[in-house]
Design a protein around this ligand. Sequence first.
Ligand SMILES: Nc1nc2c(ncn2[C@@H]2O[C@H](COP(=O)(O)OP(=O)(O)O)[C@@H](O)[C@H]2O)c(=O)[nH]1
Ligand SMILES: [Mg+2]
Ligand SMILES: [Zn+2]
Length: 351
Amino acid sequence: MSVSPCSLPELGWTDHYERQLIAEDRERAVPARIVSTHRGHIVAFTGQEEHLLLIAEKGLMSFGEQPTVGDWVLLDRETLLPVRLLERGTVFKRMASGTEVRVQPIAANVDTLFIVTSCNRDFNLNRIERYLCLALEAEVEPVVVITKADLCGDPDRYRREAESLMNGLAVRVINAKDKEGVEILRDWFEVGKTVAMLGSSGVGKTTILNTIHGEDLSRSGEVRFGDDRGRHTTTTRSLHRLAGGALLVDMPGIRELQLHDSEDGLSRVFSDVEEAVALCRFSDCRHDREPGCAVREAVESGAMSQRHVENYFKLLQELEESEENLRKRRNREHRVVRNVKAAKRGKSRRR
Ligand SMILES: Nc1nc2c(ncn2[C@@H]2O[C@H](COP(=O)(O)OP(=O)(O)O)[C@@H](O)[C@H]2O)c(=O)[nH]1
Ligand SMILES: [Mg+2]
Ligand SMILES: [Zn+2]
């Protein structure tokens, strides 16, 4: 983090964390916020000093939860080893990509989520709805930020489409390279408040950060490095303190954000679909083609789009599948533990 020293409240510390400290903590530990995560280590900042913590370190491994950018940890004053992960105010989680069945935290203790996309092929209403579920599940305010307005003939069209997704949804269309353009994002920048940016690679997240900072942070060599095609790609998650005092989290592009445990978020983003489903008088209805189906009627009357309805059922199915996969994995693990224990008992009896 390219920062000058700051107080804990300026780093996002609130009563929510203060209340979690016991007398012993106050004596022996110092709070630090995770400002970047890397392959083998994470960096925690106390407001005064940065400390590098190895992921393999015993303390971190015993946290139970994988720490992520934005998290608050307690470090031992003497050894500077991690003692405890503080209970999060908010957290974004997803199913890890790849074949492994695992829940992965993406960022913690965030106040506002910038869902970043651009006025081009990246713009995808289904994907924005997916991110909205993530934000509303975590009870974090979402803002849709649409970049590359300068490269587009009709940027307003994108704004209208995004605004149609939810009542009152904040949408901002910007040229991320323009110093004055990014000023309209300041509405969400407050001292000690944390804003995270999520979106595909190449939509302009790091550009937003650099334009607001007024300098290219990539030159520090810490945040980004060139990949073999000579492009700059963000490879770490990192938290930066802006001149005005807000905290901005930059993240690598997410190719696949598979939701986990986000039923409440889903219900809020798709309340119209769920209402229509509840109104449908056919108990075994698949809500697609059946005449007289309330969902079908709402689509035909133009009250909601076919795309929106289909995306709801797709995300619902995905949530059910991730639940089922996690359940299967837990069962498998229990079985392994049982077998190992049984084998040990067998051995000791034979002795
Ligand atoms: N013209 C224009 N280019 C942009 C804008 N936002 C980002 N870019 C360019 O798009 C490329 C990818 O931006 P980057 O910030 O690295 O995307 P990230 O992967 O989301 O961090 C860079 O070459 C930027 O200069 C914008 O609003 N207008
Ligand atoms: Mg980037
Ligand atoms: Zn129906």
